[in-house]
Design a protein around this ligand. Structure first.
Ligand code: NAP
Length: 314
């Protein structure tokens, strides 16, 4: 692992989760990384422990709900990145207290990695919690970087940005667009996002700023045109999904994962939630060379088409 000789020590919280696992290798290129693991996870999940130990990653035991354990885990640490689960967002308030107590944290990146939670905060319950964490962070005076990435391309490029649309096929599909189909979609693959997050976390220009990872900036209508230009069948576009329909759907869908996804899509498509707000720095402007190496919509759709053609030929 290549790294600066005097690299800062970084504590990653949430390393066993989706975002944390993806961030880890990119952060290790820039920092000396230790990960925080809950004692109960350490004791009950030897697989997670072995995976980290096999890569020579220092594990510090601690729990966001236990301030003393955090004070111990922060020894010698100057940068803290949290990618904790949505269910544990408010436990970061305890982490902020612990960081304030130790007094040597040069940057904290809270668990965001989504969209601007100030925009129509009532749309999604976790937005309120993220806003609360941000306010506590500002009040603490600890330097920070708030990083959002838009929705993952893995999720959003499907169905031309419409979560209820069918999967891609080589025959024309019936789809509906959410609203006009012209709202901005900012998205990138999880690992591309993580690569750019690591750049931002190691960059003095992003201190006390909000940053948007903006690998692909497009719209649902542009997604359709890209698909067709690459040789995909033009979908049959039905009447648009209205905001009223989506609000009704949200009030009826009881599956929490689905309900959450619908709320995010509602915010994105009807409240312009997938657009980079003016006060966010843009990673495609800060790191153009790294961004060029990331997967574009064209590349993604071309691969889907090739895979579909291969699977029908066999
Ligand atoms: N942009 C997008 O499309 C997108 C998609 C998904 C998530 N996100 C955002 O990414 C962030 C992380 O989500 P995720 O899906 O990666 O989460 P996740 O997979 O559920 O991972 C959660 C991590 O948090 C750790 N954790 C939970 N409670 C903890 C505590 N009390 N103390 C210490 N560690 C604790 C878990 O550790 P254990 O191993 O101990 O359980 C695990 O490592 C969230 O802010 C979410 O909104 C964005």
């Amino acid at each position: 692992m290549t790294m600066q000789p005097q690299a800062d020590k970084l504590l990653l919280i949430g390393a066993t989760g989706q975002v944390g696992r993806s961030l880890l290798p990119f952060l290790r290129k820039k920092f000396q990384v230790a990960v925080l693991m809950r004692p109960k996870t350490y004791a009950s999940n030897p697989k997670k422990v072995k995976e980290l130990e096999a890569e020579d990653i220092a594990i510090r035991q601690g729990d966001l709900d236990d301030e003393d354990s955090l004070v111990n885990a922060l020894e010698g640490i100057s940068v803290v990145v949290s990618s904790v689960a949505i269910a544990s967002l408010l436990s970061q308030l305890i982490l902020i207290k612990a960081m304030k107590k130790v007094g040597h944290i040069k940057r904290f990146v809270p668990s965001d990695f989504g969209i601007d939670v100030r925009n129509h905060t009532d749309d999604v319950p976790s937005f309120k919690e993220k806003v609360q964490v941000h306010q506590a962070l500002f009040d603490s005076g600890i330097p920070y970087t708030i990083i959002d990435t838009g929705p993952w391309m893995e999720l959003t490029a499907k169905g031309f940005g419409g979560p209820l649309n069918p999967d891609f096929e080589l025959v024309p599909q019936d789809i509906r667009l959410w609203g006009s189909g012209d709202t901005v979609l900012t998205m990138g693959f999880l690992d591309d996002n993580s690569r750019l997050c690591a750049e931002a976390i190691a960059d003095d220009r992003t201190l006390n700023k909000r940053v948007m990872v903006d690998v692909n900036v497009t719209t649902a209508n542009q997604l359709i045109e890209t698909w067709v230009r690459l040789g995909g069948p033009r979908p049959r576009v039905g009447p648009p999904v209205t905001e009223d329909e989506v609000v009704q759907l949200i009030s009826h869908v009881t599956d929490p994962y689905m309900n959450f996804g619908l709320r995010i899509m509602h915010n994105g498509h009807f409240h312009d939630g997938f657009k980079r707000p003016d006060d966010y720095l843009s990673t495609s402007e800060l790191y153009p060379e790294v961004t060029k190496a990331c997967t574009t919509v064209e590349q993604h759709y071309a691969k889907i088409l090739t895979d579909l053609k291969q699977s029908t030929a066999t």
